[in-house]
Write a protein that binds this ligand. Structure first.
Ligand code: NOJ
Ligand code: CA
Length: 711
């Protein structure tokens, strides 16, 4: 099954003229040249349509005392000559530990351009990998006397657009991606950011850097129907890249996240930068099925992966987010000093969520409904002043509150075949978390936890650092690798946006790093939000979106005035549309008990797949996907629409010939609408076969879910 070959096609000396490399099927072509000034330049085409106009590549170095002597004097921007060029091909099929498909093909043609800068006597390589649906490029710095330690002032990788495309974007921010998507022409970005820049500051930690800065993955659509997506892959030991738009010339340029004092990367050669990627197709479905970001990451580095498992879970969580319960144990304390504050002397506040009784209730619910884990937040000392003070020693991650009996609860869960999921809110004190990490993971090993949800709410400590800086990216990576040693899966919230690292480290089973369901309790997410995320945020890896809210009008059961901007069936569709090996049933057990027939879908749905077929897709409008459950002949289909009601057309061509399937369709009932009538649903049972066509109505903000169980 696994096939791999590399052919060295050519070693071409001293080529100054333009050189082109085409993708295996020829649809994508990339041309490299040097400008008159010796600036590396590339352009990209798809089926003879220009995708990226000639764009410069290069790095500006900081005049920094930490660079090796002489390194700071000459930028790596121009004055280059081509020493040699190597062309090769690669074709491999690999098996992800978990994923949307059982196998992934990594098939590309490569061109490595070896450049020399005579004025500094330095060599660098720019490597291009060209796929049928896009390309990746990166800078490589071999170790050499003349290029050893250096500090980056800015990376200047350009993506020159051909026209004023439609952009689906969120503002460039060094700290957060928890935004709703704007849909404007490229020339419309500036006015939107300028208008909201002050308002953006109200989130817990934000740093918007420019009125034309946007984040990746950036989805674009051209007037003649091309879908273009710009992102990065394998961002390791490097700051996260943003894009800043020159909106007169329609040229995006990389804009790296700085450290606390403005430097953008400390490099020691040999070093390769992350890949800068452009995906392209004339079919929006290809944007979702293309695995370019994963393919540009290194193969799995964990030898024994048997302990990594896709997981459905519930949690002591939504009550805290909605405001009906608290993470904290007491209201007696104006502040906490860990190890000094005596919680035994404090009066319980009566709203603490993570009590023995409540956790047992969730464990019982999980056991009864086939959910493997129960997340418990607010189990540990420190939550009374966890946020807002840039407090260094905020949690120790090992001391439970008096009403959370860690041994008893884990024993209780294990006896029922369920595991507890650990929660480590760091409050962004990464320094503190690293100090406690070994003890925290050892405690998890002792009690039998195998997954941790981490969190980085608030401004980073070391103070002045940003969530997406090189130092913080190294921190998240350190946590992932340390967790792997302890056989712990990681789901990191508010961490840097993912770039496909889960291929190399599949214990990174999830990230938040976008606006998740929690915002439905903080005022709401636009109805098209989850029809955008698969095109953008999910390009880098799965999201712990925490779907499954059935009581969508929060004021029906709490003081919270917000409502969830989907129908109940829209929530069910997210288990398919928002691919993740980690799926939460986020609502309260008592709400699921009220709608037990609809909850059946969450009980049934898989979260690991042998195959996935995107049937319909258009950014911000609709996504319909069919997935085959791992190791079975059963399929599940999900469809989600944005603001517009529509009819999905599901052709059951993917079913096995000659076979019958029990089909259950969970769909918006007549009159359903996310604002006015969100819980109107109907469940239709029938028998279907290959070739049948299902036409399913989706309400405004609605969706549907289908299970197809082979007879
Ligand atoms: C923000 C996370 O996204 C949320 O899931 C969590 O409950 C809170 N932080 C508290 O850690
Ligand atoms: Ca969050």
């Amino acid at each position: 099954m696994i096939k791999k070959y590399i052919i060295l096609l050519a070693l071409l000396p001293m080529m100054a003229a333009a050189q082109t490399v085409k993708s295996p099927n020829g649809n994508v072509s990339l041309t490299f040249s040097l400008s008159d000034k010796g600036q590396p330049t590339y352009e990209m085409k798809y089926k003879d349509k220009q995708v990226v106009n000639p764009s410069h590549l290069g790095l500006e170095l900081a005049r920094d005392k930490h660079a090796s002597k002489g390194m700071e004097e000459t930028d790596l921007m121009d004055g280059f000559t081509v020493k040699s060029t190597q062309a090769s091909s690669f074709d491999e099929t690999w098996r992800p530990v978990w994923g949307e498909t059982a196998t992934i093909r990594n098939h590309y043609n490569e061109m490595a351009v070896n450049l020399h800068q005579p004025s500094s006597d330095r060599d660098i390589t720019i490597r291009f990998r060209v796929y049928d649906y896009g390309m990746g490029l990166r800078y490589e710095f071999p170790q050499q006397q003349t290029l050893n330690y250096f500090v980056i002032k800015e990376e200047h990788t350009q993506f020159a657009m051909t026209a004023d495309h439609t952009a689906y974007w969120i503002p460039g921010d060094y700290d957060t991606q928890e935004y709703e998507y704007n849909i404007t022409p490229l020339t419309g970005i500036r006015a939107v950011i300028a208008k909201h820049r002050e308002a953006y500051k109200s989130n817990s930690s934000t740093t918007v850097f420019s009125n034309t800065g946007v984040q990746t993955s950036l989805q674009l659509k051209t007037k003649d129907g091309l879908y273009i997506n710009i992102h990065e892959a394998a961002c390791l030991n490097y700051p996260t890249m943003h894009l800043n738009l020159d909106d007169k010339n329609l040229v995006f340029e990389s804009w790296l996240t700085p450290d606390a004092v403005g430097r953008k990367g400390f490099i020691q050669t040999p070093f390769n930068t992350p890949w800068r990627t452009v995906m392209v197709s004339d079919d929006a479905r290809d944007m979702l099925s293309c695995k370019l970001t994963l393919n540009l990451n290194e193969p799995c580095k964990i030898e024994d992966t048997s302990w990594i498992h896709p997981t459905k879970y519930c949690g002591v969580w939504w009550n805290m987010i909605v405001g009906t319960k608290s993470w904290s144990y007491t209201n007696d304390l104006p502040s906490v000093r860990l190890g000094v504050t005596d919680y035994a002397k404090c009066k319980p506040n009566g709203t603490h969520g993570a009590t023995n009784e409540e956790v047992k209730r969730y464990i019982d619910f999980a056991a009864k409904n086939g959910l493997q884990e129960v997340l418990v937040e607010g189990w540990n000392e420190g939550w009374e002043d966890w946020f807002g003070h840039q407090k260094l020693d905020v949690f120790d991650f090992v001391t439970p509150y008096p009403d959370f009996d860690i041994k008893m609860l884990n024993d209780y869960a294990h006896a029922k075949g369920v595991k507890l999921m650990m929660h480590h809110e760091t409050s962004s004190s990464a320094l503190n978390y690293e100090r406690h990490l070994e003890d925290a993971f050892s405690l998890m090993n002792k009690y039998g936890y195998d997954a941790v949800k981490t969190g980085y709410v608030g401004d980073i400590i070391p103070r002045g650092e940003y969530h997406y800086s090189q130092l913080m990216n190294n921190h998240y990576q350190h946590v992932i690798e340390t967790a792997a040693k302890h056989h712990i899966m990681v789901n990191a919230h508010e961490a840097t946006r993912p770039t496909g690292i889960c291929r190399t480290w599949p214990n990174l089973v999830g990230n938040e790093s976008a606006r998740g369901t929690e915002y439905e309790a903080f005022g709401g997410n636009v109805a098209y939000h989850t029809v955008m995320l698969p095109f953008t945020r999910l390009q880098g890896g799965p999201m712990d979106y925490t779907p499954g809210i059935f009581e969508t009008r929060l004021s029906d059961w709490s003081q919270n005035p917000s409502f969830v901007h989907t129908t109940l069936c829209g929530q069910l569709s997210l288990y398919l549309v928002m691919y993740s090996p980690l799926q939460m049933a986020a609502d309260l057990p008592e709400h699921y008990e009220k709608y037990d027939d609809a909850f059946q879908f969450i009980r049934d749905v898989a979260c690991d797949w042998d195959d996935s077929k995107y049937l319909e897709a258009e950014p911000a409008q609709y996504i319909t996907v069919a997935r085959k459950a791992k190791g079975t002949d059963n399929w599940f289909v999900g469809g989600k629409t944005g603001e517009e009601a529509r009819t999905a057309v599901v052709r059951l061509d993917f079913l096995d010939k000659g076979r019958k399937y029990d089909c259950a369709i969970y769909q918006d009932a007549k009159g359903a609408d996310y604002e006015h009538n969100p819980k109107a649903y109907q469940i239709i049972h029938k028998t279907v076969k290959k070739g049948d066509v299902l036409k399913i109505n989706e309400a405004r903000g609605g969706g549907f879910a289908v299970s197809l169980i082979a007879k």
